[in-house]
Design a protein around this ligand. Structure first.
Ligand code: CO
Length: 473
């Protein structure tokens, strides 16, 4: 993690006229002199964070590493808690949802919680339990579609596998261990059909039948020992994890793109990577918490990353589950507070639900309401929807505006075209479950749910400043 200036939240460090960084070692020396370097080094950290987090299980693991480096202590839900004044803690539920918090200087009953919520998962493809199918001498890996990815973007990419494997680690039925696994090299591919065999692809779009046409090419079949073919992926996992084949009892494996994130554009004002929705929001929230360590606000600062947003949030660790409420309640109980104190704390708390926003695209100009066009590199987007697909109310809208004005960061307001149905996110579920005052924000991005998404370099730093100020409010 690179250190940012935590002294002055009000400093703006960018200049659109900044020239492209020179290449090679010279760029390193000049970086600190460059007014853009602050925003850019923050995005470099984000790119590293995503490249190290090809699955939600890895994203939580990456988050834990950064929290522990700054002295956060893990709490187990199964154990009794003793929390120190102004203590830093985190809780993980089933490896892919995480809540971290810093106790405030004042009791939650007096000062409430400042909570930033985001999601740790991204849409994509997940490996089936019996994945290997043989066809015409080829072995393919069968996949389920997780959430709503743009499937065509998975074609012709250097794909690989990352996730977690559950293994038999002892005699008792409960002796089960979970291991993270990530293959760095491209292991799988979804080759496009040649245009000569799909003449209308440019007119009709690239479509895949999910059952027949999505299995990923993996290997040649072993014709000498055909009974080995169905075992080949599990055997590979066992070999890499140095286990016996039979020890592997279950897995959740995501398909990911091995291409690393990159800056792009004439002045490198943009960057591309997978999973910007929503690891960019997770990273901004995490950095905001870590860069607030020297401050001592009254309110308890909380960041909450939930798995399963892309499939509806209805799970034991999703935003529609009990996780956040359980943890907030335990923070109060541990301080000797009653249920009434807890409910009083909630009534004084605010949630910032952070998920990426749809930037206006000049090639598809009519897809946005003409008066509500979020622009890349023009600041955080406040999402508003009177049908409550987003949680923003007039009072939390005003809070957002005041925070942006105080921090001198640009901001934008978004409302969907009236004739298009609106997406949603964790905000409405979390706010309604706990009765929290809330607003929905996100940074503008292109290509949401593509395997290669894009966003603006300046916006990440703007979001960091907004989140820091919100947590300290
Ligand atoms: Co999202």
């Amino acid at each position: 993690m690179q250190t940012l200036d935590t002294q002055n939240l009000n400093t703006i460090n960018f200049d659109c006229t900044t020239p492209l960084f020179p290449l090679g070692s010279l760029s390193f020396k000049l970086k600190s002199l460059n007014p853009m370097s602050h925003a850019k080094s923050l995005v470099s950290d984000l790119i590293d964070f995503i490249d190290n987090s090809p699955s939600p299980w890895h994203a939580v693991s990456s988050t834990v590493a950064l929290l522990e480096a700054d002295g956060f202590e893990q709490l187990e839900e199964s154990e009794a808690w003793q929390l120190a004044e102004k203590g830093r803690y985190y809780v993980v539920r089933d490896q892919s949802s995480l809540i971290a918090f810093i106790n405030g200087a004042t009791s939650p009953t007096e000062a409430g919680f400042r909570i930033i919520g985001a999601h740790s998962d991204s849409p994509g493809l997940r490996v089936k339990p019996h994945p290997i199918s043989e066809k015409g001498g080829w072995l393919r890996v069968g996949v389920e579609v997780y959430g709503g990815p743009i499937l065509a973007t998975f074609a012709d990419r250097d794909l690989s596998l990352a996730g977690r494997v559950s293994i038999n680690s002892g005699e008792a039925v409960t002796d089960i261990e979970s291991r993270l696994i990530k293959f760095d090299h491209p292991l799988l591919r979804l080759p496009n059909l040649a245009i000569h065999l799909n003449r209308e692809v440019n007119e009709k779009g690239l479509k895949f039948n999910r059952q027949q046409e999505l299995p990923l090419i993996f290997s040649l079949a072993d014709n000498d020992n055909p009974k080995n073919n169905p075992r080949v992926l599990q055997q590979l996992l066992a070999d890499v994890l140095e286990l016996d084949f039979e020890q592997i009892l279950g897995w959740e494996l995501a398909i990911y793109d091995t291409q690393k994130g990159a800056f792009w554009g004439k002045d490198e004002l943009f960057f591309a990577n997978s999973q910007l929705d929503n690891l960019a929001s997770c990273h901004a929230a995490l950095m905001a918490l870590l860069h607030n360590l020297e401050h001592d606000p009254d309110a308890t600062q909380v960041i909450a990353f939930f798995d399963h947003e892309e499939v509806g949030s209805e799970s034991e660790k999703g935003a529609d589950g009990s996780f956040l409420g359980d943890i907030l309640k335990r923070i109060c109980i541990t301080q000797g507070l009653s249920t009434e104190h807890y409910l009083r704390a909630l009534s004084q708390s605010t949630l910032m639900s952070a998920d990426m926003a749809h930037a206006w695209h000049p090639n598809f100009a009519d897809k946005h309401d003409a008066e509500h066009r979020p622009m890349i590199n023009s600041g955080p987007v406040l999402k508003i929807n009177s049908n409550q697909r987003y949680t923003t109310q007039a009072n939390t809208e005003a809070l957002f505006v005041k925070l942006c004005q105080q921090q001198a960061i640009p901001y934008q307001k978004f409302i969907n075209r009236t004739d298009l149905s609106c997406g949603s996110t964790i905000g409405p579920l979390t706010a309604s479950k706990l009765g929290l005052s809330s607003f929905d924000v996100g940074n503008p991005m292109w290509s949401m749910h593509s395997i290669r998404e894009s966003a603006g370099v300046l916006d990440h730093e703007y979001m960091l400043k907004l989140m820091r100020a919100f947590l300290l409010s």
